[in-house]
Design a protein around this ligand. Structure first.
Ligand code: SAH
Length: 249
């Protein structure tokens, strides 16, 4: 792979920090990213004023990444153009989500970055990723640790993931397969809304409690990673069912 291709892909890989509370950690993530050639840092609803003295101190020469970080009020705004979203988590979740090793996640991020922006999400220091944030993810990654003490510092987790991405980027070029254009987060979001509307039109019992059924359906479709074309087909089917139901009633 030519160096310029590699740089282009690095630009597409976004590290997204959810509601970070410690400026030092944000600085530490910037440093972790820069050491591994990554530079697109995104902060969602940061709980700290940045760049602060502490963040700059911990960035230790990677302040440029702090100064150019994108800041968004909510996650959907931060990832709406992304066609692959992977979440990092220290713990198992009540609804099991497709899991990848750090190495597999890095490979998927690297390969998908050929087609546009991709995001790796990191949870808040104390609480980790919230369920609605996990629902946006195609996969989750857990860095293997001591099972009795599994929570890494945010910047340490970012360092490990950045290193894995770096290794993928510097391995032999991956085969240039013909990968379809995957639907981005915004069209998946619209599809899920449409699916929920259609189920309500059908009087399908989604209300026990509704969020669990929708979460499982989201997990199913996220696992399938539909292409743009497949989402259009599915939405066409949903509309046809809705028209049919409307005619009958
Ligand atoms: N108590 C929280 C820990 C948050 S640590 C929880 O149980 O989820 C802050 C963030 O660092 C996590 O949300 C995750 O993004 C990352 N992180 C920490 N340990 C990790 C691990 N073992 N594997 C993957 N990500 C991890």
């Amino acid at each position: 792979m030519k160096e310029s291709d590699s740089e282009l892909k690095q630009e597409q890989i976004r590290f997204v920090l959810m509601r970070p509370t410690h400026p030092g950690n944000v600085g530490g993530v910037a440093r972790a990213m820069k050491t591994m050639g990554l530079r697109r840092l995104t902060l969602v609803a940061p709980q700290v004023n940045l760049p602060s003295e502490e963040a700059v101190r911990r960035a230790a020469g990677a302040e440029d990444i702090l100064y150019t970080a994108d800041v968004h009020g909510d996650l959907d705004g931060a990832i709406k153009d992304c066609q692959l979203i992977i979440g990092t988590t220290a713990r198992k979740r009540s609804v099991e989500w497709p899991q990848l090793s750090p190495e597999q996640a890095a490979e998927k991020l690297w390969d998908a970055s050929r087609h546009g922006p991709v995001a790796l999400l990191f949870g808040q220091e104390r609480s980790g990723l919230a369920n609605p944030e996990v629902e946006r993810c195609h996969y989750l990654v857990r860095i293997p640790t001591n099972p009795d003490y599994s929570s890494l510092n945010l910047a340490s987790a970012a360092q490990i993931m950045a290193y894995e991405v770096f290794l993928k980027g510097h391995a032999s070029p991956s085969a240039l397969q013909d990968i379809p254009r995957y639907a981005d987060q915004e069209s998946m979001h619209r599809f899920y809304k449409h699916l929920e509307e259609m189920l309500l039109d059908l009087d399908f019992p989604i209300a026990r409690p509704p969020v669990i059924l929708m979460r499982k359906l989201m997990r199913l479709f996220n696992r399938a990673r539909p292409s743009d074309e497949e989402i259009q087909i599915l939405r066409g089917i949903l509309s046809a069912v809705q028209q049919h139901v409307a005619k009958k009633s």
